[in-house]
Design a protein around this ligand. Structure first.
Ligand SMILES: [Cu+2]
Length: 282
């Protein structure tokens, strides 16, 4: 498996190297999408918006998305756009959005913009997500929208829940994206649903984690730490201890700023899982 991976990297390096040595036109802009894979394009009459991620697909859960805007006439990439995006799920009985960040210029990039979207639900045969853009280039306003593909995740990395305070929340696993047998830096996003369209980051909550291996007597791990926020509207961060590879259920408890439990239960001999959890397997 490792050999395969290294062979793939070697081929990639050779390909990249041979591409760059062929490219002698100094006027063509640098391709800033190396390491990224195209998810899809969303076009209107004037532009093509290219969506990218590290994998080339969207997932139910947390997504870090990069994008660039190509002018159809000149085939050049826009460097000074102002963008806003709006994900909308078209369900049979209603429509709703999901938590998202603003879209901003990627640091040190000319043509690349980036942001986060957390899809709390997957599409199905009749219900689908649409992504719309409102943006301006040289003070001219444009819109573009299209269906996007958000398949169900095999493991649970996002949950919608009603808290004991009556509010609805979305909680999403963000990192580690490649868990290791180690004390991992863990990142989670949590948002309150204000209405069907508006999801706001919540502040000064606490997320308690209790990772367990159900297949091995539901044993846990030492030296986990609660997830806390280091900045207003920011993600929650803590330490996730994983002592072996395999399937882990990360049991969660969400506490509000008054230390009241909004959702989730402590694990005991009789209570082997919380009603709120993430799953990982590595
Ligand atoms: Cu939905």
């Amino acid at each position: 498996m490792k050999i395969l991976k290294y062979t793939a990297i070697l081929f990639l390096v050779i390909t990249l190297f041979s591409c760059s040595s062929d490219d002698d036109s100094s006027s063509s802009p640098v391709d800033e999408t190396s390491g990224l894979h195209k998810i899809q394009e969303i076009a209107n009459d004037t532009h093509i918006i290219e969506l990218y991620s590290s994998t080339g697909s969207l997932v139910q859960g947390y997504n870090h998305i990069s994008l660039r805007i190509k002018d159809k006439k000149t085939s050049t990439y826009i460097t000074d756009a102002k963008l806003d995006w709006a994900p909308l799920m078209h369900m049979s009985m209603m429509q709703h959005s999901c938590p998202k960040s603003v879209v901003s210029k990627a640091s040190d990039k000319k043509t690349l913009y980036e942001g986060d979207i957390i899809f709390q639900m997957a599409q199905n045969a009749t219900e689908y997500w649409e992504l719309s853009f409102n943006y301006t280039v040289n003070n001219v306003a444009y819109t573009a929208a299209d269906k996007i593909n958000v398949p169900a995740s095999a493991k649970r990395t996002v949950s919608s829940f009603k808290g004991s305070d009556g509010s609805n929340y979305v909680i999403a696993y963000i990192a580690p994206s490649s868990p290791k047998v180690a004390i991992n830096d863990m990142t989670v996003g949590i948002y309150k649903m204000k209405d069907m369209i508006t999801f706001e980051a919540v502040n000064n909550f606490k997320i308690k984690i209790d990772p367990r291996m159900p297949s091995m007597g539901n044993h846990g791990s030492p030296n986990n730490t609660d997830l806390l926020q280091s900045e207003t509207n920011g993600f929650y961060k803590g330490k996730l201890s994983l002592t072996m590879t395999g399937y882990w259920k990360i049991n969660l408890q969400v506490l509000n700023e008054k230390d009241e439990i909004l959702k989730g239960e402590a694990i005991t001999a009789d209570k082997t899982e919380s009603s709120l959890y993430f799953e990982i397997e590595f």
